[in-house]
Design a protein around this ligand. Sequence first.
Ligand code: TPP
Ligand code: SF4
Length: 249
Amino acid sequence: MVKVWQKPESLTDKVLHYCPGCTHGIIHKITAEVMDELGIREETIGVAPVGCSVLAYNYFNCDMQQAAHGRAPAVATGIKRVHPDKPVFTYQGDGDLASIGAAEIVHAAARGEKITTVFVNNAIYGMTGGQMAPTSLEKQVTTTSPYGRDLDHAGHPIKVSEMLSTLPGAVYIERVSVHDVPHILKAKKAIKKAFEYQLEGKGFTLVEVLSTCPTNWGIDPVESLDWLKDNMLPYYPLGNFRSPEKEGK
Ligand SMILES: Cc1ncc(C[n+]2csc(CCOP(=O)(O)OP(=O)(O)O)c2C)c(N)n1
Ligand code: SF4
């Protein structure tokens, strides 16, 4: 019989708790496939955040450590320094990474920590009820901005990839999306590159993945994919912001 699909070995058999249509599951799957393809599952140490992906340690079939809100890059730094030969990654949402954890990620990148961050930007706090995140778009309605995000009052959404790409310690920064199959394949390639650069000891690597939150956006899963495409892509352009080749590293 021809096998057309196989669950990656780097995912456990636990049923994901994510809402129907949430693209966290897709991002878990492609990250796990990358670990399988690189043959690094047994050595890899992942760091789980707070937020909807707080339970990532139940799903990734590698060693995992939980970090308090936003502290995943600091925890990953400690792990990597103790185990410099092991692949270390953090998996973080935008509330976790760009809000209370903003300093952590900036300094990990500035120090050029040899870790990989999978940064899931769904423009909202998912787990805690859909409050405005640092990445929520102008005019975006959230539970804390019921009339839409007002820039005068709440400031501008933070473009994390652009911001981190100003730091020389960050060797690979790419923004991808998972709103359709061709983009999912590109997202997987980017995550694979990030791990490969880490294995080559190049420096800090981060892949920002534009993701959906149908529950807190208040729209169905299919419309959410369109909402991402129509609203997030214009403000968060996809592409590579920093790579070792460009930096001559
Ligand atoms: C130390 C700590 N502070 C605050 C919280 C509350 N909290 C949990 S999840 C979360 C928001 C996370 O949102 P995001 O990172 O965007 O992830 P998503 O749920 O959207 O995937 C907050 C504020 C917490 N769990 N722990
Ligand atoms: S609340 Fe949003 S981010 Fe969290 S699991 Fe549900 S759809 Fe996904």
